[in-house]
Design a protein around this ligand. Structure first.
Ligand code: NAP
Length: 261
């Protein structure tokens, strides 16, 4: 069993990942920005944006799962400014710092959580994320990159923002967002399977038009809204971050996730 440092362990994915790793018998340590009084897991206070705490957090660790990110869109929904810039201090500078400290600490395996279709997206956040991923791929460490489609919570957040509109005109592009629990299981497996490099991407179990995900959301919430599918080119869909993958499929369906949340 590995001694694992998880960055982003307090985030949406991290909150599913940490129990998944501990149930699998691993020894887990979190890098956390704020004190974690209620966790049974070991934690070290640190900040990727400054480099504080990284050496201490990496002491005695064999595997790093780097799942921290700074996505303003995920935090507070999309704003106009997000089409022009996205902060780099965590995803680029922080990743660079963590890689250097991991090399120094002779980490055996560095796992990076990434996003499907980054090359095709025009969003500044995606470009920042891709730069961070490229740093990992260029690193002399033994690394794995696992790309996932957008998480269900992000889809819900986006659709919540449309609730006030009576008509939803939405792309019919094929998509398969995924449950963070499925990504967490995949990461737990990746820690022990001995594989390295670019791993198969993961998406949700159902590839459907994006507009159908919106219809299912509407129906689960019992909303009276008209959902109109809008055909959009593949290039445009990717530019907007509407992606799909069938390389590896999760198990949990959107409707089931919705009824649980
Ligand atoms: N969201 C998606 O749809 C999606 C899809 C595919 C892949 N991914 C990737 O999956 C990973 C997790 O995403 P998520 O949506 O679960 O993220 P999230 O909920 O936004 O959580 C972000 C995490 O990063 C931590 N963090 C932020 N700034 C930090 C800093 N300066 N130093 C240390 N930690 C910092 C946060 O800590 P605090 O609790 O202190 O804020 C939090 O634990 C990311 O790599 C993301 O790119 C996300």
């Amino acid at each position: 069993m590995a001694k694992i440092l998880v960055t982003g362990g307090t985030g949406h994915l991290g909150r599913d990942l940490v129990p998944e790793l501990t149930i699998s018998g691993h020894d887990v340590r979190l890098l956390a920005r704020k004190p974690q009084p209620e966790t049974s897991v070991e934690w070290v206070q640190g900040d990727l944006a400054t480099g504080a705490g990284l050496d201490e957090a990496l002491s005695g660790i064999d595997t790093v799962i780097h799942a921290a990110t700074l996505s303003p869109i995920a935090k507070r929904g999309m704003r106009l400014a997000d089409f022009f810039s996205s902060p780099a201090d965590v995803d680029i500078d922080g990743t660079r710092r963590l890689l250097a400290a991991s090399q120094h600490a002779r980490i055996a395996h560095f796992v990076f959580v990434s996003i499907v279709g980054l090359e095709g997206s025009t969003l500044p956040y995606s470009r920042v994320k891709l730069t961070g991923e490229r740093l990992v791929r260029a690193s002399p460490l033994s690394w794995s990159v696992i790309r996932a489609t957008p998480f269900y919570y992000l889809l819900k957040q986006m659709l919540e923002g449309l609730k006030w509109l009576p008509v939803w005109l939405l792309p019919s592009s094929p998509s398969n967002p995924v449950d963070t629990r499925d990504v967490a299981s995949y990461l737990a497996q990746a820690v022990v399977d001995g594989e390295r490099g670019m791993r198969p991407e993961i998406g949700g179990p159902e590839v459907m038009p994006f507009s159908t995900f919106a219809r299912q959301y509407r129906d689960t919430l019992g909303l009276r809204r008209l959902v109109l599918p809008l055909p959009v080119s593949r290039r445009m869909s990717r530019a907007m971050g509407l992606v799909e993958t069938t390389e590896r499929l999760g198990q949990r369906r959107w409707v089931d996730w919705l009824s649980q949340h």
